[in-house]
Design a protein around this ligand. Sequence first.
Ligand code: NAD
Length: 337
Amino acid sequence: MTRVGVNGYGTIGKRVADAVAAQPDMVLRGVAKRSPNHEADSAVQRGYALYAADSDRLGEFEHAGLPLAGTLPDLLDSVDVIVDCCPAGVGARNRERYASHDVRAVFQGGEAANVADASFTARTSFETARDADTVRVVSCNTTGLARLLAPLDEAYGVEKARVTLVRRGGDPAQTDRGPINDIVPDPATVPSHHGPDVRTVLPEVDIDTAALKAPVTAMHTHSVNVSLGAAPTADEVRELLARESRLFLIPEVAGIDGAGKLKEYALDCGRPRGDLWENCLWAESISVSGTDLYLFQNVHQEADVVPENIDAIRAMTTDIPVDESVTRTNEALGVGL
Ligand code: NAD
């Protein structure tokens, strides 16, 4: 059993903690929180051992009536792997602390690529992460693009990918984010940083990205154009992508026209928090003109990186082959719509 801890119990951390707890070959030793807020309370209610990330804030947890199992160093001494889910940039500051406890660390996509020995998606980088001491699971958008471009590149060759990302303004709980009444280029410079991030896991793929932010919270939307090295039919592309376990091709008959119905579907299917771990591609949007492929996909920013974190842990700590890890993760979580 691989012993795992989570430091930073927010949007990503609480989902990773649940996913670790669901794996038959992993044990969640606890989660570390900085503040004794509602998420700390919910961790205790879920039965997770709660650790204080800062030793000078113990009194705040006591005042809030939240029982602590110890502080972050205690958690680090009891795990093989720590998954850092702190806000972007905090992970880099934690890096030395993890190393000093001789603990392997998984970081998130808000960190710069040089925070870790390898950047990771299971589809592209499992063997690169094998035995690594530190791994960075790439961002939600990068994960979604890598899952899509890897099979296309293998089957046809990707000559050039051009993607416009319409990003959600903030997560549902982020009341301080925006815009609330506009669609803004973000960043206004083109290409955006997303393309170079894709190349941390797919270095051979030529990709340019442009990004906007929209007043929505549910999901990101990608408008994708890929110039291929071959001219498949749209049906052949659909069949290729349908074979990928973390791509969900939304059938036209489902009547799902956007993120609202996708989330409703996930909730109706009993998904925890309405999470969509898969890329969601509109099957009828897949079109081919000559060697140019077009499609729309949605990415649930809070969820798609979660199974990737689980596979990253297995790549770092076991000799299990990638297909077996992905299958185990998918089965334990229920990935596959
Ligand atoms: P979040 O703000 O929801 O959660 C971060 C948690 O860490 C909060 O509970 C916060 O209180 C806690 N925290 C802050 N400082 C800490 C410290 N020093 N020690 C321990 N805990 C601390 O953030 P998030 O959205 O979960 O993002 C976490 C990471 O995941 C970032 O790198 C982010 O870029 C990346 N990521 C986020 C999303 C997303 O859409 N939310 C998607 C993919 C990747």
